[in-house]
Every structure is written in structure tokens, then in C-alpha cells.
Ligand binder design. Structure first.
Ligand code: MG
Length: 210
């Protein structure tokens, strides 16, 4: 017997991931706002198993836009075997690699969002370089290594349309709270003259492209 599709009844917090409920709700609301203020699709960098993709996919559907969900699906440093956030259920032992693509695909099917989300499996910086743009909303939630965060910022911030929104997850201003690179790229965005900070929800920062 086929599994029933919960669709809109699917609670994003039941999907594996690291986005808090208040962050997810803010993400969805701000994405809808951005789409009404600026042209272009929505873009997510770092989908993992699709928790944030679900919030943004619902926004995309409501605004009749497409969400590009970009991820290499091999996990970040902290997801690798032996690291703090490794999940054996998301590990292809035969290949010896993390693989979150099947989980994302399953999330999109369960949420009935397959018509509104295009999953792009590949390196974010290369995809960004080839992206035509503009995008009304760009959400950066990729790896936390300085090189990775910088590459995501450099490849994607330039695509945010005037009046559109850039969102950055895991911004911890205090060094004791962990990885600083998302904070560093948020600072870069603030100092670029291209963006002005709008608001912060938990560890999620929103900036408007001026
Ligand atoms: Mg994150």
C-alpha cells in the first residue's frame, strides 16, 4: 500500500535538519516578501534533507516562483564519519560518502512540492557562476569552513535582485558560540554597500539588496 502524502500537514521539524521553528517561519515569510518586491526565483544553498527547503518551497508555491535547492549532498566537514554531526543513516557505506539527496527527494514528495522545487546537485560556487540570475531571495546555509562560506557568498550574493533579500544561517557574532565564517560573510555583505541588514531571527540574518 502506498504511503499517504501529508502535503501541507507535514511538519518541517520532523525532517532531519538544523533550522529552528522560528527561523523556518521567518524564512518562509521573508521569502514571500522578497518575491513580491523583486523578480526571479528563490535560491537555497545547502538543503541537507530538506527541512529549510520545505519552508522555502511553500513560499515559492505561494508566490508562483521556482525554488532552486542547491547542494552537493555530500555533507559538510562536521557530517563526515567520526565528526560530531555524522548520521550513519545518511551514509552510503559502499561509496564511503554521505548522501542526503534521497532524503531531500523524499521530503519534497511527502510535502507535495515537487512541482515548485528544482533540486540542483552540484558544487554551489560553480552553479552560482553559471546561474543567469537575478534571484529574488538567496538563502546561504552551506558549509561553515571559511573557504566554503566565502565561495558561497561570492558566487551568490551578486545574484540578489535590487529589493530582494539575502539570508544567512548560523550567524554567531561571539567566537565562543562556534563557527565564525557565516558571521564573516554577513559582515562582508553589510560592508559591501550592496546590502542593508533588515532583521535577525535567532541565528538567521536577513539583508535587503539596495
Ligand atoms: Mg545551518
Amino acid at each position: 500500500m502506498a504511503l499517504s502524502i501529508p502535503g501541507d500537514a507535514l511538519d518541517p521539524q520532523t525532517i532531519k535538519g538544523f533550522l529552528a521553528p522560528d527561523e523556518g517561519e521567518a524564512l518562509q515569510a521573508r521569502a514571500m516578501e522578497a518575491a513580491s518586491a523583486a523578480p526571479g526565483p528563490l535560491v537555497e544553498i545547502g538543503s541537507w534533507c530538506g527541512r529549510s527547503t520545505l519552508y522555502l518551497g511553500r513560499a515559492a508555491r505561494a508566490c508562483e516562483r521556482l525554488l532552486f535547492a542547491v547542494d552537493h549532498h555530500r555533507g559538510s566537514e562536521e557530517h563526515q564519519p567520526g565528526e560530531g554531526y555524522h548520521d550513519p543513516d545518511l551514509f552510503d557505506a559502499e561509496l564511503g560518502r554521505v548522501d542526503t539527496a534521497p532524503a531531500l527527494r523524499r521530503t519534497l514528495a511527502l510535502a507535495d512540492l515537487e512541482a515548485h522545487v528544482a533540486a540542483v546537485i552540484g558544487p554551489s560556487a560553480a552553479v552560482g557562476a553559471a546561474f543567469g540570475g537575478p534571484a529574488s531571495f538567496v538563502f546561504i546555509d552551506g558549509g561553515h569552513a571559511m573557504e566554503t562560506a566565502l565561495a558561497d557568498y561570492r558566487a551568490w550574493a551578486c545574484h540578489v535582485a535590487r529589493g530582494g533579500t539575502l539570508a544567512i544561517h548560523d550567524v554567531f557574532p561571539s567566537p565562543e558560540d562556534g563557527g565564525r565564517p557565516p558571521y564573516e560573510i554577513w559582515k562582508l555583505a553589510c560592508e559591501s554597500g550592496m546590502f542593508e541588514p533588515i532583521t535577525r531571527v535567532n541565528t538567521l540574518e536577513f539583508l535587503r539588496r539596495v
